[in-house]
Design a binder for this molecule. Structure first.
Ligand code: ATP
Ligand code: MG
Length: 417
């Protein structure tokens, strides 16, 4: 982020607005800096930037050939933005502002309008009221448009800076939420299904950086689910610019469970192993919580009793942002964020491997622990991790794949508790 310097007059820039609410206190400067950085990252490959700070808002430079439709699309995925506007840069001059206002309104069908001038600093040598009235009067005279101060159909916004004025008419809604990274990091269990991408997205929206962990049924099932997880992580990466996905082969571990436990308990046992493995990854990644796409009562493994039994296997908190949502609501959200189509592609879900049609809905941790006494839990976890692949998905769309050892050289995979 650069200190404030005036841009070239006649050029365009984007004004970025954030919600004041939730931004109070000591965190405020940090939040704003992070939001600015996030916006810069989102548009960097489009040739836009840098971002400068002004009181209460940010300015993104749009020099060079940056295309507004592309920048607009990218900014619509920057959490923390309340709204943003393409603005014209003008000299700090009333006549120039009035001409620009008329030009901006010309292609629009306007019912009523008003002019709203704001001074970025008290020291800016103009009067906002005078500008509003004078520019309003000019537009009214030339376009014969009625003014409405309380319910205007269109508002001409003017931001008066010390050496220039920025003028815009349209406000594009931002995605809201908090800048990614602001709330720390979480590890999200990403299946190939509909729910978990939505759960991960909701955590991104609340300012979490998300590391993705997927379990696939190799060598007993195809890697189709892993391919889907990769596609889903790449889609979700549009909100965080740079993501890591862990692909954990789970088939052998499942086979060991199957050999020593009755069918009814397998799904919950699989889940307990998933959270154990995800927790090891979370600790290596500095993530403070696990995230799943569970929703209360949606399937047998998601009863309160089973959720508690799964949770008991991990020490980190398990966050379930979809817990109170209906399937229809989750599907609508998946469609809105663009993950639905990928999620419904056919795959082979490892959780369906060797499980009965009607698994137990009331598992007791004590009973599960007893069953796990027959299993070499720590070794099974360590073996799965040793065979795990780590994919780094970059902002430019390239992906680097490496083994677990390369991603965490010399790091012992520590157990918990
Ligand atoms: P989803 O649509 O997210 O798969 P679901 O309704 O199918 O959810 P389950 O299959 O019971 O429900 O999975 C519950 C949660 O457990 C998922 O949302 C996900 O967070 C995690 N999970 C399940 N299977 C996997 C997997 N193969 N890899 C990673 N996480 C998984
Ligand atoms: Mg599933």
């Amino acid at each position: 982020m650069k200190p404030e310097t005036p841009g070239k007059e006649g050029s365009r820039c984007v004004l970025l607005h954030y919600h004041e609410i939730g931004l109070k206190g000591k965190n405020r400067p940090l939040l704003i800096s992070r939001l600015a950085r996030r916006a810069e990252l989102a548009v960097e490959t489009l040739g836009a930037g840098p971002v400068r700070k002004l009181p209460g808002r940010l300015i993104l430079e749009l020099s060079g050939g940056a295309s507004w439709p592309q920048v607009r699309e990218a900014l619509s995925r920057v959490f923390g933005l309340a709204n943003f506007s393409l603005a014209l840069r003008l000299p700090l001059d009333l006549e120039a502002a009035a001409e620009a206002a008329l030009a901006q309104l010309a292609p629009l069908s306007v019912s009523t309008f008003r002019v709203r001038t704001r001074k970025a600093f008290d020291t800016v040598p103009i009067s906002s009221r005078e500008w509003d009235a004078a520019i309003g009067a000019r537009v009214q005279a030339r376009r014969r448009l009625p003014v409405s101060l309380t319910y205007p159909g269109t508002t001409v916004h003017i931001e008066a800076l010390p050496a220039e004025a920025l003028l815009y008419v349209e406000k594009v809604p931002g995605p809201g939420g908090l800048p990614v990274g602001m709330s720390g990091r979480v590890a999200a269990l990403l299946s190939g299904g509909i729910d978990s991408p939505v759960a991960a997205w909701r955590m991104l929206k609340r300012g979490c950086e998300v590391v993705f962990v997927h379990f696939h049924g190799a060598p007993y099932l195809s890697r189709a689910s892993a391919e889907k997880a990769r596609d889903l992580a790449a889609l979700l990466d549009a909100w965080q610019q740079g993501s890591r996905l862990y692909l954990v082969p789970f088939g052998n571990l499942q086979k060991e469970i199957v050999l020593s436990t009755p069918p009814d308990w397998r799904v919950v046992l699989y889940r307990r192993f998933m959270v154990r493995i995800a927790e090891r990854i979370a600790r290596l990644e500095g993530a403070r919580a696990l995230v799943t796409g569970e929703s209360l009562g949606q399937v047998a493994s998601q009863t309160l009793t089973n959720l508690a039994a799964i949770e008991e296997a991990a020490e980190l908190p398990i966050l379930r942002p979809l817990i109170g949502m209906d399937k229809e609501e989750i599907v609508a959200q998946a469609q809105a964020i663009g993950t639905f189509e990928t999620s419904i592609e056919p795959d082979q879900d490892c959780c369906t491997l060797f499980v009965p049609k009607h698994p137990a809905i009331r598992s007791q941790p004590a009973h599960l622990r007893k069953l796990e006494e027959n299993l070499a839990v720590e070794e099974m976890v360590a073996r799965a991790l040793a065979e795990t692949e780590v994919l780094d998905i970059r902002r430019d769309g390239t992906v680097e794949t490496m083994g677990f050892e390369k991603a965490h050289p010399g790091r012992e995979v520590k157990g918990v508790g």
